[in-house]
Design a protein around this ligand. Structure first.
Ligand code: NAD
Length: 498
């Protein structure tokens, strides 16, 4: 019998009293790895109350001490890198190499959070008026909450709580119910690094637990990553309850291929960026836009793509793993069937796929369509599977127009040897993260993760300086110190023009 995982409330790992349990399954076998509780109302209240109480002392802890916690934490995460990747690979099905990448991209954010003293520096101007100075300070908000998706169970929680806590906030994390084992282990290591009681809470569950966080008066800010409909719900409900919200949502990322690009690089990058992690990355390339004669490479792309094989995470030759759930697999199968019915040409069809030794896994083979038009559902919807669709246009201008008309704006890339074409593309395209001969341009943590338009609701983005702004309030202090002779203030506004 699988065990029910505990929740981190008020500094202790507690068994939930909930009778509602969600099965966490190994997507390669359907074996139930654990049960995740749906936190009860009392448990959510206890977590938030503990975070609220802890904030009063944590906010007073000197910044270098908060930075040292992050230094110890990133060190521990590195020591446990392989162990974390094994937990992650088992519950997501990602290959071991890809699971290590997921953990590593999170470690980099924890490393960056150790620079918090520099990141929280305000601004000063001396003599804003005669003998008056103004300084700005960044102060923490209070209790913040994070709601994370299944597809990066290490990286995305680590986008959120290390920086929020380094800023002096306390944090309630509600990870995806589909793979909560990795986030629980991340939290255990955070306690081992010396995090004081109550600074981080972890509760489990789904929609009801998220709604409790969105509407709770003691939560100041919500960081969300997930699908478009849930992102819109989180943004609308959170802001209606007067919270600061950043909601990162779905995507449809296009890669533009100019005929002067290097063909072999194009093909290998397209295959890796579309099928890696079974296409379940928000920055996956799901749409290839071939310009002019570059379309002649599509048959070779199809031949190479057909060779790709999914497999179990322990199989070092597997290109990628299963989809996260049977429902996710069925959804992608439905979209593949719709693509065929709507008239797209399916050059590689992975909709019926088996992997020897794992008859029950949520497998899908690589799938490639050409002849796709913007009206088809495989173009309009985020597929989130190992499926690449190809569109063909005559000019770079046509490609830019197509991308800018798409509602999403997470990432895009161009493959070319022309500096002029790349410069024009980076300037004109209305997408927040642009790669030039780089298929998945995810910025490192000293920048911010800057999706645009339908891929993001809010103002300030994840990690980097923007996240520090998101998790803090700015206070400006204007001061004047009197000498022995007091200056008597008059009733009128002072005019400094002479
Ligand atoms: P999801 O929206 O189903 O779930 C995300 C979180 O919301 C989970 O914690 C879940 O428990 C909760 N949730 C689910 N339904 C809810 C509801 N009705 N009300 C309130 N909360 C709810 O997303 P997912 O399937 O876990 O993740 C995949 C999606 O996330 C994809 O669309 C992908 O593009 C997106 N994503 C975006 C980014 C980005 O940076 N833009 C990064 C990673 C993933």
């Amino acid at each position: 019998m699988a065990k029910t995982i505990p929740q981190l409330i008020d500094g202790e790992w507690r068994e939930s009293r909930s009778r509602e349990l969600i099965e966490v399954t190994d997507p390669a076998t359907q074996r139930v790895l654990a049960l995740a509780p749906k936190a009860t109302h009392e448990e959510i209240e206890a977590a938030i109350a503990s975070a609220k109480a802890a904030f009063l002392t944590w906010r007073e802890v000197p910044v270098p001490e908060r930075a040292r916690l992050m230094l110890r934490y990133q060190h521990l995460l590195k020591e446990h890198h392989d162990e974390l990747a094994e937990i992650l690979a088992e519950e997501t099905g990602k290959t071991f190499a890809d699971a290590k990448g997921d953990v590593w991209r999170g470690i980099e954010v924890a490393e960056h959070a150790a620079n918090i003293a520099s990141l929280m520096m305000g601004e000063t101007v001396e003599n804003v008026a005669r003998e008056i100075d103004t300084a700005s300070w960044m102060q923490p908000l209070g209790v913040c909450a994070g709601i994370t998706p299944f597809n990066f169970p290490a990286m995305i929680p680590l986008w959120m709580f290390p920086l929020a806590i380094a800023c002096g906030n306390t944090f309630v994390l509600k990870p995806s119910e589909q793979d909560p084992l990795t986030p629980n282990r991340l939290a255990e290591l955070f306690l081992e690094a010396g995090a004081p009681k109550g600074v981080l809470q972890v509760i489990h569950g789904g929609r009801e637990q998220v709604d409790a966080l969105l509407t709770h008066p003691d939560i100041r800010a919500i960081s969300f990553v997930g699908s478009v409909p849930v992102g819109q719900h989180v943004y609308r409900t959170g802001t209606a309850h007067l919270k600061r919200v950043q909601a990162f949502a779905g995507a449809k990322n296009h890669m533009v291929i100019l005929p002067d690009a290097h063909k072999d690089q194009v093909i290998s990058n397209l295959i890796g960026a579309s099928c890696g992690a079974a296409g379940q990355r928000c920055m996956a390339i799901s749409t290839a836009v071939f310009v002019g004669a570059a379309r002649e490479w599509i048959p070779e792309l199809a031949a190479q793509m057909a060779e790709l094989r999914p497999g179990h995470w322990k199989d070092a030759h597997a290109a990628y793993g299963p989809l996260i759930s049977q429902q996710a697999k069925q959804r992608v199968q439905r979209l593949i069937a719709e693509g065929k019915a709507e008239g797209a040409e399916c050059l590689v069809d992975g909709s019926q796929c088996t992997v020897e030794g794992f008859p029950d896994g949520n497998w899908l083979g690589p799938t490639l369509f050409r002849g796709v038009t913007p009206k088809m559902s495989i173009y309009r919807e985020e597929i989130f599977g190992p499926v690449l669709i190809c569109l063909e246009v005559d000019t770079l201008e046509d490609a830019i127009e197509l991308i800018n008309a798409n509602p999403y704006g997470n990432g895009t890339s161009i493959f070319t040897r022309s500096g002029g074409a790349a410069r024009h593309f980076q300037h004109a395209v209305e997408v927040g993260q642009v790669g030039i001969n780089v298929p998945i341009p995810v910025p490192l943590p000293f920048f911010s993760f800057t999706g645009w338009r339908g891929s993001f609701y809010g103002d300030l983005h994840a990690y980097g300086k923007q996240a520090v702004r998101f998790f803090t309030e700015t206070k400006t202090v204007t001061s004047r110190w009197f000498d022995d002779e007091p200056v008597v203030a008059g009733p009128n506004m002072t005019i400094h023009l002479k």
